[in-house]
Design a protein. Structure first.
Length: 337
């Protein structure tokens, strides 16, 4: 995540300014290549978070007004701006835009040897409404009506087909909450070609339960329905929490379950705590049932695999643009208690 260069730290890397540059925040391009090589030596696949759904509005260091107009890479007018993200939206009808984005995928593959790609904001690409305010009930008119952005669908199918031609083992994942049919079926079947979609309703359900219900009020039927509600023969990546829930003005699952007790009772030197014991048990149960029923792959949110007695936050006006909490306490790994 956040590998493509971006100016605004608090965007998590989703307001890209330079699509062909690895962010200098984390090291040099050579160091990124070294990390990927080491991962490959250990038999690990490395997936890149790709943001081809929109781009930063920055003019000085981004694509916006690249030729002095609003419509070089993007749609002009309201169709070219995302009202919630405050960013520019690509015009997938233009041949040069397709060349730019497809070449971008090819470049990351050739230059860095990434094994797969997680496409961000796919729901925004699929619909003229950008999915804003839509519940997506499952009515097929929602997926095959005039609201569907056919040009974006063609681009995504082209991207998946090109990546398959480059590497038959490539993995592609779509961040889509709408449930678009055939999103994860091969292009040869008339599908869009992704291998997996993210099960975005699952972490939303867990955070809803943690915020609004005590654990003795949890409805197993409702939980199981959410975990198993996916399209037949279209694979899903299940996950219990992500940055969307844990960082954007909210708390991790561990913090919802144990809260301030984490500061005082997570150490082996601490007095026993029923809150910690119950919280850890429920945390394990949440992950177990999500892993078991939620899909064909599982995503672990960084840091939720160990007791982390500190909240996370990104630099923003509310904390005086502080980076103090924009980190994980990896030092705890070396702390015996």
């Amino acid at each position: 995540m956040a590998i493509m260069e971006h100016a605004y730290y608090a965007s998590f890397g989703y307001q890209v300014t330079s699509f062909y540059a690895a962010s200098s925040r984390y090291g040099t391009p050579e160091e990124l290549k070294y990390m990927i090589d080491v991962a490959h030596k250990h038999g690990l696949y490395v997936l890149l978070d790709v943001v081809h759904s929109h781009a930063s509005k920055n003019v000085q260091d981004g694509l916006n007004q690249f030729d002095g107009t609003n419509s070089c890479f993007f749609h002009d007018g309201s169709r070219g701006e995302h009202s919630l993200w405050d960013s520019r939206l690509f015009n997938y009808m233009e041949y040069e835009v397709l060349r730019f984005l497809l070449s971008n995928l090819r470049w990351w593959h050739d230059e860095y040897s990434f094994d797969g790609y997680r496409f961000d904001g796919v729901t925004s690409m699929l619909y003229h409404s950008r999915g804003i305010g839509e519940g997506f009930s499952g009515d097929y008119n929602e997926y095959f009506g005039l609201n569907v952005d056919t040009d974006a669908i063609i681009y995504l199918a082209l991207a998946n087909q090109m990546l398959r031609n480059q590497n038959k083992e490539v993995i592609t994942i779509a961040e889509d909450v709408s449930g678009m049919p055939t999103l994860c079926r091969p292009v040869s079947e008339g599908g869009i070609g992704f291998d997996y979609r993210l099960g975005m309703a699952i972490p939303d359900k867990w955070i809803e339960y943690l915020k609004e219900k005590t654990d003795d009020e949890w409805e197993m039927g409702n939980i199981v329905h959410t975990l198993t509600n996916r399209r037949w023969k279209e694979d899903t990546v299940a996950y219990a929490e992500s940055h969307d829930q844990a960082l954007v003005g909210d708390k991790t699952i561990a913090f919802w379950l144990m809260d301030k007790e984490m500061y005082t009772h997570m150490s082996t030197l601490s007095e026993p705590s029923i809150i910690i014991d119950r919280g850890l048990s429920l945390h394990k149960m949440i992950r177990l049932i999500t892993h078991s029923l939620g899909g064909e792959a599982y995503l672990n949110f960084m840091g939720n695999e160990f007791g982390h007695p500190e909240w996370l936050d990104f630099p923003r006006v509310g904390n005086n643009d502080s980076y103090h909490y924009a980190r994980r306490q990896w030092n705890l790994v070396d702390d015996d208690p």
